[in-house]
Structures are given as C-alpha cells and as structure tokens.
Design a protein around this ligand. Sequence first.
Ligand code: XMP
Length: 519
Amino acid sequence: MSGERVIVRQESIVILNFGGQYTQLIARRVRQAHVFSHVLPYYATSAEIRALSPKGIILSGGPASVLDADAPRCDAGIFRLGVPVLGICYGMQLMAYMLGGQVAPADKREYGLVSVCLQTTHSLFTDADPENPCWMSHTYQVVKLPGGFAGIAATDTCPIAAMADDVRHFYGVQFHPEVTHTRNGMTMISHFLTDICGCACDWEMSGYAERQIAAIREAVGKDTVLLGLSGGVDSAVAAALLSKAIGPQLTCVFVDHGFLRKGEFAQVRDVFTTTFQTRLVAVDARKRFMDALAGVSDPERKRKIIGREFVEVFKEESAKLGKLDHFAQGTIYPDVIESGGAVGSQVIKSHHNVGGLPAELGFTSLIEPLRMLFKDEVRALGVTLGLPESLVWRQPFPGPGLAIRVIGDLTEEKVGIVRESDAILREEIANAGLDREISQYFTVLTGTRSVGVMGDERTYDYAVAIRAVTTDDFMTADWARIPYDTLARISSRIVNEVHHVNRVLLDVTTKPPASIEWE
Ligand code: XMP
C-alpha cells in the first residue's frame, strides 16, 4: 500500500529543527495559536518544504555555532520560496550568516531572563513592552546585519537582539518567544502567524477529527485493521478514532497482564464495548504472566519477560483472528520527531522497517492516526471523540505496569498491595484537586519491612513509598509538593485500608539523580 495515498491539506507552518531543546515547544505554541505545524529535520529540501505549501517557516534554536565547519545549515532555497521566515536564536544567527551578515562570540554569555529593549512599532512586537523580559540562552550573536535588514531589539550586551527585513519578510529573534518566561512571547508568535504570514488560525481539533476520519475511511477502504489496546491514553484515542471511521472493520486486542491499575481493565473494556462498539478481544493472561515471572527480582529481566510474554499472547490471539490487513498503533508526534521527522501526514505508511510487535505479527503496513499530534492534542481529540475524561486524562503508565512498582520478586499479595495503595493515592490526589497539576504519581511497594504496632500487637510489615513528580518532558523532574494535610490523609488511609502495610514514606528526590520509577 502506498505511503502517500492520503495527504491532509491545511494551513500550516514548517519548523526546521536544528536540535534545540525548545523545538517541540515552538511547534506546540504554533498549534496553540490554531495553526497546524510540521517539524522537519533542518536538512529538509526547499522542494519538500514547498510541497507542504506552508504559510511561513521557523528556524529553531540549536546547540551548534554557525561558525563551525560542520554546523547544520538549511537549504538556501528556502529563502527563495517567497514565504516569511522567522529565525529563533541559532535560527536567527544562521539566517544572518547565510544572507551575508556576521556572527561572532558574544563578550558575555547571556542566559536566563534578560530585559530586552523592543521596537514596539514593529508588527512583531506590537502589544509587547518596550522593556520586555525575554528568555535568552546564547554565546554567539549577530554583529553585522545582512543587507536589507534593520535591528529591532537590543540588550545591554547584544546590540542586535532581533532583526527584520520587511520587504522579504525575514525576521530573527535572539531570545526565545516560545518559552513562557518571555513576557508576551505567545503574542509575538501570534503576530508572526497573523500579521506577517497571513494565517487564518482556524485549526481546530473537531475539524481535525472529521478530516482524519474521512482520510482513514478513504485509505482503509474495505480492509481490516488490528489494534493493540495497552490501557494507555494513546492507544485508546487511536482506537476511538478508528472505531468512528471504520466501525466493525476494526478489531482491538486488549491483554490483561495482571499489572494494570485498579479498575483499569474493566474501564477500558467497557468503553470499547459500550461507547465504542468495537470487536474487542479481551484476554485474561494474568496467570501466565505471573508464572513466567515467578522468582524473578531483577528489574530488567522483569521488563524483558513481560515484553516477551506480551508478544506471545498477542501473536496467539491474532492467529486466532485470521489475517487482518493493517496494524494500527498510537504513535504520537514527539516519537516521530525524535526518529528524524516525517514529511506529510499520511494515514497509512508502508513500512520496510516496521519494528517490534507489528513485524513479529507479519504486518508491513501501519496505521498511525495520531502521528501528527502532541500529547495534549491527543487528549483533546479523545474528548472530542467522546472518550470519558477519566480515561483521557490518565497519567503516563509504564508498559510493565505495577510489576516494576513492586521492588524485587512478585507475588499476588505484593501486586495487590501496590494496586490498592495506588488507588487510594489517586483518589485522594483527585479529591484535593491536584490530579492535573502533578504529572505522575503512584505508590511503590519497597522491599523493606519494618516493625510497627497495631492495636496492642506488634507488626512486621511492608513500607509503601509515595512517588509524585512534576515535569514537562519526563527527562527531568522535581518531586511534587503535596500539601501535608493531603499526605496525612493518604498515609492514614493506606495503613488502615491496605493489609500488610504499616509505614508510608515520601520520595523527595529529583530526577536526576533518581529516575521517576523505582525499577
Ligand atoms: P524513568 O523511571 O525512566 O521514567 O524516570 C520516565 C517515564 O517513562 C515511564 N517508564 C516506562 N514506560 N515502559 C514504559 O512504557 C517502561 O519500561 C518504562 N519505564 C519507565 C515512567 O513511568 C515515566 O513516565
């Protein structure tokens, strides 16, 4: 099946990725302004970019110096496409350098919030403050403007902190408007999109859902599709979308490995048999997984065994279903960007390098209906499609589930303790109204047992730890400051309601050095 059968057309901005830590943030900000954005690798050709007919191009920041011989450069042809270009940080320096200006090391590195003097008569900065705090992170700067440009901002140490060529519509900012610390940053991005690129800003999730449903119908035709429900948000939203599009041609397989959170298996099963009437194969494989893990305490071995058994169960179930045409999965945009980016938004891709489960099952074509969406957009789409908020707003949950939240070897009793204490934690965090503020929170059954008293009796029971973190990207994280009263309620409920727990601990470690999970 061709990978290019269905291309969804809409007003868009192309962001060329020079490896900056904020590239995805730029793309999200553009979408927040209701303009669709594509992130492409910096070496995308001007022909590839032209094929997308973008209303504008943004050059991202990046760690390199434009003066290095091997510095990443974009195709010079993009400056001849006749569309506005905005360079941010490295992107501004690259634009200046490629168009005949000069870049040099700054006398003083600027990092953090810096007061920038903006020319507010310029359309990019209308509505900003003349002395506007902006987020900076640079050691090089533009020291000579290319022909046709004028400086439109400055700091104490950076005389050209922004530049503009209003004839060709090329712009550069040394600071990061996409970072929330930059006051009026989102307004600057909006001005670029509307006043400069002429965007209508009409990209909405409901319209997106309708277009995707139409595109899936056209691409799939009368074919059949298999999708593995993991219990996570992404696969559930992908299933909902496919179910709306192709109804009975979709079959979902949902394996209960025994390590899902309390009530999760039933919730997902019910949603996909009542709200969405899919052909659902729900497999109770709990005993099989527990048997395979008997006596295993090494975290990586646990993960491997669970992964292996999962593939085996999935293979057996799909063999019973007979040959289906396509495999669907809930890949989302950050995965696509990290694996090198993709041009276009094709609904079905023929993969020569289908990895993991689809390949094991003999599939060569993949349907990835969420591959152009960020996580918050996946959630918005889920709600638009009618999935319950409680399912859509669930926190991330690792594939091996509760098995890696019991330290050491597993027993039914230990998994039961972590499941019950986790349910109490989730309930109390929701009661305290903190469930959308804390990025991830769960309990861990530590391997430690300690002495306690209950009634008049001495106990020797388990210690449960509470892990709760705030993070944007899960690469670094801070421990969440849960109010003491909420902690007191959680602790009291866990020791009273969960058998064999007599102590509750709070994990107050950042990542790094700790990871979020304990195993
Ligand atoms: P760590 O523990 O590495 O976790 O700081 C970062 C994020 O990844 C999740 N995580 C996993 N997800 N399979 C998954 O699907 C895994 O084996 C796994 N281990 C960690 C973790 O929950 C957190 O959100």
